[in-house]
Design a protein around this ligand. Structure first.
Ligand code: APR
Length: 247
C-alpha cells in the first residue's frame, strides 16, 4: 500500500502526523548522564536540594552551582548530537506529515542535530530567565546571585530557564492538541517516571487514534501501554526505526 507503511503490527499513513517524546536516554550515548540509571544524576544529588523552587529560595548558590556545572559540561566540544538525534531530524525533514518533537531534555542536542519543530517542555539549560521581568535569554556563562538581567538590568534575580519539580511544564496545550490528532506517538529514552510526560501515551490511547511505540534501552514504567516496543541503545534502534518509516 503506497500511502501507508507497515511496521510490526502497525499500519501508518505516510501523511500522518507524528509526535515524538524524548528523555535523557537519547542523550546518554552523547556523554550526558540520565537521571534514574544507576549512575544517574539523582544518585549523586537530591532533587529536593537542586531542582525545586523551594531549594532555590533556600540555597540559591547550591542550585546555581548545580546548573553551572551541567551548563559548562554541555558546552564541552566532546558533547555532540548522536545518530539518534540526527535520525529524528531526518524524519522531520523527510516525513510526509508534521513531526513534533517534544523533549524533556534541557540539553541542546536536538536543535544542534537539525530538529526545528521542537518543544522543550522542561526548558533549556543554556537559557536564563529573570524572575523580576520574565525576560528569557540565551545564557552560556556562569550564573550566580549577582547575575544581572540584560533586559531590566536588575541584579540577582536570574535563574536557569528550566522547569523544576512542582512547576508547570511549557506548551502543554500545544502538546496535548498534537497528541490528540497524531497518527503515531514515539517515546524514546525515557523511564516513564515523571508526569505529565509519562501520561502522553495514555492521552493518545484515550483521546486520539494514533499508534504508540516505545524505543528505549529497557522496558519503561509504561511499557504495557504501547502497541509496539523496541529495546536497545538509541543510536541503533532509533535510526533503524526511522529507516523503516521513511525507507
Ligand atoms: N538508549 C536508549 N535509552 C536509554 C539509554 C540509551 N543508550 N540509556 C538509558 N536509557 C533509558 C533508561 O533505560 C531509562 O528508561 O533512558 C531512560 C532514562 O530515564 P530517566 O533517567 O528517568 O530520564 P527521563 O525519563 O528523561 O526523566 C524524566 O525526570 O528528573 C526529571 O526533569 C527530569 O526530564 C527529566 C524527567
Amino acid at each position: 500500500m503506497r500511502g501507508r507503511v507497515i511496521i510490526g503490527r502497525m499500519t501508518i499513513a505516510r501523511n500522518a502526523d507524528i509526535v515524538i517524546l524524548t528523555g535523557a536516554g537519547i542523550s546518554k550515548e552523547s556523554g550526558l548522564s540520565t537521571f534514574r540509571d544507576a549512575d544517574g544524576i539523582w544518585s549523586t544529588v537530591r532533587i529536593e536540594d537542586v531542582a525545586t523552587p523551594e531549594a532555590f529560595a533556600r540555597d540559591p548558590d547550591r542550585v546555581h552551582d548545580f546548573y553551572n556545572e551541567r551548563r559548562a559540561g554541555l558546552q564541552d566540544p566532546k558533547i555532540k548530537p548522536n545518530a539518534a538525534h540526527e535520525a529524528l531530524a531526518r524524519l522531520e525533514a523527510e516525513w510526509g506529515g508534521d513531526v513534533l518533537l517534544v523533549t524533556q531534555n534541557i540539553d541542546n542536542l536536538h536543535a544542534r542535530a537539525g530538529s526545528r519543530n521542537l518543544v522543550h517542555m522542561h526548558g533549556e539549560m543554556l537559557k536564563g530567565r529573570c524572575e523580576s521581568c520574565g525576560f528569557v535569554c540565551d545564557w552560556v556563562e556562569t550564573m550566580d546571585r549577582q547575575s544581572q538581567c540584560p533586559h531590566c538590568e536588575v541584579d540577582g534575580h536570574m535563574r536557569v530557564h528550566v522547569v523544576w519539580f512542582g512547576e508547570m511544564p511549557f506548551e502543554m496545550d500545544r502538546i496535548y492538541e498534537a497528541l490528540n490528532k497524531c497518527g503515531l506517538f514515539i517515546s524514546i529514552g525515557t523511564s516513564g517516571n515523571v508526569y505529565p510526560a509519562s501520561g502522553f501515551v495514555s492521552q493518545v490511547r484515550m483521546h486520539g487514534t494514533g499508534r504508540t511505540v516505545e524505543l528505549n534501552l529497557e522496558p519503561s514504567e509504561g511499557i504495557v501501554l504501547f502497541d509496539e516496543a523496541r529495546h536497545g541503545p538509541a543510536t541503533r534502534i532509533v535510526p533503524d526505526f526511522v529507516n523503516e518509516l521513511i525507507g
